[in-house]
Design a protein around this ligand. Structure first.
Ligand code: NAD
Ligand code: WQD
Length: 336
């Protein structure tokens, strides 16, 4: 089977590409490298001993997307391409709506033209907005708290409408919780541009000495230690969920799944666990709450278990150990 992976040089895509190639899928990847570099593609090839047909370009470029489908008989698409920085999406909403929505539309247009109607979409726990009841199930109310989240919710609605319009379409919407960690080889991992927005890349850069001190955003939430609680999932487990989704895609016209572990850890749990993995304490200070943050967010993962046979296997120590290996062996990410 030949899979087109959009955003194929990115963090989650690179880990998924390894599994796809290891399990005998052929991978075609497209990425405009707006938040990644081609080195991740090379490292995946190195790790697996297999080639990726890589196209540098934009998913909104209909001519390029058409060329890819002309040159390859694509069986299914995993659509990772997207911008994901919540803060930036509030400052420059047009950039997010343009990139994330137009990519979806051009992709579907070209897929329809070539009769390729299997799609796995990167959605996010952000579509639940502020949780009213935990754990979050796929039926929990949906809402939007920022433009990035709006593009994910609109994306879900768009792909849902497409799938309902034609029984030949099969769409899987995967709502990721908080992906962290790296491949156990230490060769691929998350390589954020500039100062990281997310907790674990920030913590790992403090650990390696690139940043001085973590700001913990609030210690007065109604949680066990006052800091925010999230459902962190190892990126290799998350990658596995995509393979499970592909295996079950023909059974569903539209499948919606939470992809998490079902376990919530606080910011201080994460700081402590990472300190254990890297062998020294992580410097932190308590700061103001970050606007838009929720106190707690974690998934009910029963549906993915029941329908996809997917259960996350890696624990917090695995996440921290693998992230530390990646960060300490590649202090500047993919850049030498
Ligand atoms: P990432 O930035 O590492 O990967 C996204 C890739 O898409 C990047 O390589 C980027 O260059 C590429 N890209 C962006 N717009 C493009 C376009 N128009 N055409 C071609 N390539 C384009 O991010 P990631 O963490 O791997 O996330 C992958 C997907 O998962 C995104 O859609 C993101 O919104 C979603 N997601 C991520 C998280 C998270 O916390 N990492 C959580 C939930 C959902
Ligand atoms: C986790 C916890 C922070 C940084 C974001 C997006 C979401 C999804 C995943 C794509 C929170 C605290 C963080 C720091 C801190 N992405 N924190 N100091 O906010 O749960 O989710 O990424 O879909 O849409 O919103 O993840 O890693 O930013 O924060 O104290 O420097 O760590 O307050 O409690 P979040 P995060």
């Amino acid at each position: 089977m030949k899979i087109l992976v959009t955003g194929g040089a990115g963090y989650i895509a690179s880990h998924t590409n390894v599994l796809l190639l290891e399990r005998g899928y052929e991978v075609v990847a497209v990425d405009n490298l707006s938040n990644s570099c081609e080195e991740s593609i090379k490292r995946v090839e190195e790790l697996t001993g297999k080639k990726i047909a890589f196209y540098q370009g934009d998913c909104r470029d209909e001519e390029l997307m058409t060329k890819i489908f002309q040159e390859h008989k694509i069986d299914a698409v995993i659509h990772f391409a997207g911008l994901k920085a919540v803060g930036e999406s509030c400052r420059i909403p047009l950039k997010y709506y343009d990139n994330n929505m137009n990519s979806n539309m051009v992709l579907v247009k070209v897929m329809e033209k070539f009769g390729c109607k299997r799609l796995v979409f990167s959605s996010s726990a952000t579509v639940y907005g502020v949780p009213k009841k935990l754990p979050l199930t796929e039926d929990s109310p949906l809402s939007v708290t920022n433009p990035y989240g709006a593009t994910k919710l609109l994306g879900e609605q768009f792909f849902g409408d497409i799938s309902r319009s034609d029984p030949d379409w099969h769409v899987m919407l995967l709502r990721y919780f908080n992906p962290v960690g790296a491949h156990e080889s230490g060769r691929i991992g998350e390589d954020p541009a500039g100062i990281p927005n997310n907790l674990m890349p920030y913590v790992s850069q403090v650990a390696v000495g690139k940043l001085k001190c973590l700001s913990v955003y609030g210690n007065d939430y109604p949680t066990k230690d006052g800091t925010g609680v999230r459902d962190y999932i190892h990126v290799v487990d998350l990658a596995e969920a995509h393979l499970a989704a592909l295996q079950h895609i023909d059974e569903h016209q539209i499948g919606i799944y939470n992809v998490g572990t079902g376990v919530g850890y606080s910011v201080l749990d994460m700081v402590k666990a990472f300190g254990k993995a890297c062998g020294h304490e992580i410097a932190y200070r308590i700061a103001e709450r970050r606007s838009g943050d929720v106190a707690e967010c974690y998934a009910c993962c029963d549906k993915a278990k029941k329908e996809l046979g997917f259960v996350a296997k890696k624990n917090l120590d695995d996440m921290c150990r693998d992230l530390w290996r990646w960060q300490s062996e590649n202090p500047n990410g993919y850049h030498a």
